[in-house]
Design a protein around this ligand. Structure first.
Ligand code: F6P
Length: 545
């Protein structure tokens, strides 16, 4: 069975939403609360330690119902079954999409090409945990007998962003190991990562699903040379280099022995792979038990997504709102604002997750779409973001739906800071919604003793029109489990969006052209260069040595 191939704009619910939207253009979120005393209850949901408040959005219970109708008409139910059961829903790469199998709470059997993948998942997880335990305890030694002190994750895209984001998110739960991330092909970055390290106590984890990625291979070779230049003995590589990949042949060619290879499967996409062996540096940083808790959190979110009616289904509602803003309100971007420094890299991580997945302009039948898809994702941690780009969110001309993510408890019990953090977290969504009208501004200026002329001059600049939409995700505490659930919710949001937009979310052909041309540029001789456009030729001349 393949995924449904409806054109969303042909569905009856889309038609109904278009009609409904005409009456919603002047919707005032704050006024909706006065008109409907049940609004908060209908438009918020509680699941485990998550409270998600969708009520400060430009929608009503009627909108929600129409969007749910759309999801049903789009065949979301059968698509979810296909997703979880290992069907090859990544049709353009002929692959299943089974990151959910990596965190299945009961290690349920899932079949790909007739083979149950669950035993292999358990085996790799056991291998990761046992290896991590040895490195953390110091029983895994470097070539000179010293324990490992530093890990370097060499990878890019999904082989970097997920592990880097989670290692940072779980800093509170970390052990003594220093964990570093080397991703960019820029040599200066490579040297800066290597600079403080001691080859005798450093372990390199080379992570590349394909093991053909230019950046990762170049960085791995440079790190290998750096290591051998100081250590001088090739046999020492076995104690200091391990690899995570599907491409075992290439790893062998690099000189890493088979016992130092952590396998991954082609049914796990790069940007959804932190739950696989790609998460080895997470497992090393926080230990096997915390890594398991991360998986359990994601597994519990999977169950919620699979079995909760759409009315209370967190990722489904996130996706429906996203479509509502994209396709009806014309919003182009979506801001992610975590109110914790621990999650400061979540926006960058979700940029890949969301934009590489749903930045597609061709539908599942191969036709160019005539409706918008994808979202430009951006954001930063609060309260820092308040002092950077919130001006535009409050008074700019763009409609920017935003997710505010906060935690009730501070990990170090810093209550006075926590109160201030939460006050800001709550006040910002309130301010974005309620705004400040001209009359209030004038009264405030008057109370400050301003003259009538001064009030006239200043007032327009101090008005906030409000009615700016936000979703609040309030979570009890930042733990490996809650981080796992949070990330899994966004993954499922991506899936639902892709189904509704009738696009393939799990390929990424759009990154190939640039790679191909970079290779051509590297190889091009002066004769071939003459065939290039004048701008590219000039840039080549200016950068060639
Ligand atoms: O260039 C895009 C991409 O293919 C991502 O999808 C992927 O996460 C990244 O490159 C790294 O790929 P690999 O793990 O194969 O090195």
């Amino acid at each position: 069975m393949s995924l449904p191939t409806h054109k969303p704009t042909d569905l009856a619910a889309w038609e109904a939403l278009s009609e409904h939207f005409k009456s919603q253009k002047s919707l005032d979120i704050q006024a909706c609360f006065d008109q409907d005393p049940t609004r908060l209850d209908t438009l918020s949901t509680v699941w485990e330690d998550f409270y998600v408040d969708f009520s400060k959005n430009r929608w009503t219970p009627e909108t929600k119902q129409l969007l749910i109708d759309l999801a049903k008409q789009a065949g979301l139910g059968e698509a979810v079954d296909a997703y979880f059961s290992g069907e090859k829903i990544n049709q353009t790469e002929n692959r299943a999409v089974l990151h959910t199998a990596l965190r299945s709470l009961n290690n349920d059997a899932v079949f790909v090409d007739g083979e149950n993948v669950a035993p292999g998942v358990s085996e790799t997880l056991a291998q990761m945990k046992s290896f991590s335990e040895k490195v953390i305890s110091g029983s895994w030694k470097g070539h000179s007998g010293k324990p490992i002190t530093d890990i370097v994750n060499i990878g890019i895209g999904g082989s970097d962003l997920g592990p880097a984001m989670v290692v940072e998110a779980l800093a509170y739960y970390r052990n003594h190991l220093g964990v570093h991330f080397m991703s960019n092909v820029e040599g200066d970055h490579v040297q800066e990562v290597l600079k403080p390290l001691d080859p005798e106590t450093t372990l390199f984890v080379i992570v590349s699903k394909s093991f053909t990625t230019q950046e990762t291979l170049a960085n791995a070779q440079t790190s290998r040379k750096w290591f051998l230049d100081q250590v001088g003995d090739e046999s020492a590589i076995a104690n200091h280099f391990v690899a995570v990949s599907t491409n075992l042949e290439q790893i062998d060619a690099f000189g890493i022995t088979s016992e130092n290879v952590f396998p991954m499967n082609d049914w796990v996409g790069g940007r959804f792979s932190l739950w696989s062996a790609v998460g080895l540096s997470i497992c090393l940083a926080v230990g096997g038990d915390n890594f398991s808790a991360l998986l359990q959190g994601a597994g519990a979110a999977d169950q919620h997504f699979k079995s909760t009616p759409y009315e209370d289904n967190i990722p489904v509602l996130m996706a429906l709102l996203s479509l509502w803003y994209n396709n009806f309100w014309g919003a182009e971007t979506h801001a992610i604002i975590p109110y914790t420094q621990y999650l400061r890299s979540l926006p960058a991580y979700l940029q890949q997750g969301i934009m590489e997945s749903n930045g597609k302009g061709v539908d599942r039948l191969g036709n160019a779409v005539d409706y918008t898809t994808g979202n430009i994702i951006w954001g930063a941690s609060g309260t820092n973001a308040q002092h950077a780009f919130f001006q535009l969110m409050h008074q700019g001309t763009k409609l920017i739906p935003a997710d505010f993510i906060g935690f009730k408890e501070s990990l170090y019990g810093e209550d006075s800071h926590q109160q201030k953090l939460m006050a800001n977290f709550i006040a910002q969504t309130q301010a974005l919604m309620v705004g400040k009208d001209r009359q209030t501004v004038e009264q405030e200026l008057k109370a400050q003793g301003k003259s009538t002329t001064e009030i006239e001059t200043l007032a327009p600049f101090k008005v906030f029109e409000g009615n700016r939409p936000t979703t609040t995700l309030l979570i009890d505490k930042l733990t490996p489990k809650s981080v796992g659930s949070l990330v899994a919710f966004y993954e499922h949001k991506i899936f639902v969006e892709g189904i509704l937009w009738n696009i393939f979310s799990y390929d990424q052909w759009g990154v190939e052209l640039g790679k191909q041309l970079a290779n051509n540029i590297l190889k091009a001789d002066p004769e071939q260069q003459k065939a290039l456009d004048p701008s590219t030729q000039a840039l080549l001349q200016k950068t060639s040595k």
